[in-house]
Write a protein that binds this ligand. Structure first.
Ligand code: COA
Length: 250
């Protein structure tokens, strides 16, 4: 269990809070592992009916920890934890909600593609600078984003790394609602309580029907993961990661 992920139960609602404030919730391998375990344990526990992802005020997540990427780019191993997390998330057996405030970069954006309801605040910007980092989309986003927003908006988000405001994400169908930062958590928890009040078997069948077979999505996540790992060792990625590290030193 990671000190940077707080798992709580409020009746049938399991909240998974990313809590690494000094790094704007950049996700470490231990954090992925903790979140994967929480999803799996919650899925296996009949007392849990819904999962809720939360971040911190102003920082949902700054994405994967770039030092972990750098470690792989320079010859280290790693990446199993993120795969384990994505498999648990894309395969979640119970509804998943999220409340997003502020920074939502990389997986801080793509995680929400696997949620049934995402609430975001007006100051939220969703951004996936994969290509700018010499990388490729992950978490099934190359499949899910075009399906939701169409080819051209998908190219803007995933290819150009354009930031999508909460309003734009709402209009594009990427999120469910925009609420003020004051109201965010109470709104998400109320929605989770409503979800948890539904007949669970009927809701599960309805959700499974809407999602369809998971295997094509899992196959895409694997394919993206393979390309992503190759790209991490590319000159383009190494240069972009080095630029981020140097920016922090300068
Ligand atoms: N990995 C590792 N550390 C990160 C990080 C990341 N993804 N994002 C932020 N941090 C760290 C910063 O290095 C900084 O650490 P320091 O105080 O030890 O120098 C701290 O978190 C605060 O970040 P800072 O850049 O000062 O905050 P900001 O509000 O000015 O900018 C971001 C926030 C998210 C816009 C900026 O940090 C950023 O662009 N991060 C990289 C995002 C990214 O590319 N993620 C991967 C996507 S695939």
């Amino acid at each position: 269990m990671s000190e940077h992920v707080i798992i709580e139960r409020q009746g049938p609602v399991q909240t998974i809070r990313m809590n690494r404030p000094d790094k704007k919730n950049a996700l470490t391998r231990a954090m992925y592992q903790a979140m994967a375990e929480a999803l799996r344990q919650g899925d296996a526990d009949p007392a849990v009916r819904v999962h809720v992802f939360l971040g911190l005020p102003g920082a949902f997540s700054a994405g994967n920890d770039l030092h972990d990427f750098m470690a792989i780019a320079t010859g280290g191993e790693g990446g199993l934890e993120v795969w384990n997390f994505l498999e648990a998330l894309a395969g979640a057996q119970k509804p998943v909600l999220s409340g997003v405030d502020g920074i939502a970069v990389g997986i801080g954006t793509t995680l929400n593609l696997h949620c049934d309801l995402t609430f975001a605040t007006p100051r939220t910007v969703f951004r996936t600078p994969f290509v700018d980092l010499g990388l490729v989309p992950e978490a099934g986003s190359s499949l899910l984003v075009p399906a939701v927003v169409g080819r051209q908006q998908a190219f803007a988000l995933l290819g150009l790394g354009e930031g999508f405001s909460a309003e734009k994400a709402l209009a594009a169908g990427l999120i469910y609602a925009v609420v003020t930062d004051d109201e965010l958590e109470v709104t998400v928890l109320d929605a989770a309580t409503l979800v948890a009040s539904k007949p669970p078997e009927a809701l599960k069948i309805a959700r499974d029907l809407m999602l369809g077979p998971r295997e094509p999505l899992l196959a895409r996540i694997r394919e993206e993961g393979k390309r992503f790992k190759e790209r991490l060792k590319s000159d383009e990625a190494r240069a972009a990661l080095m630029a981020f590290m140097m920016r922090k030193k300068g």
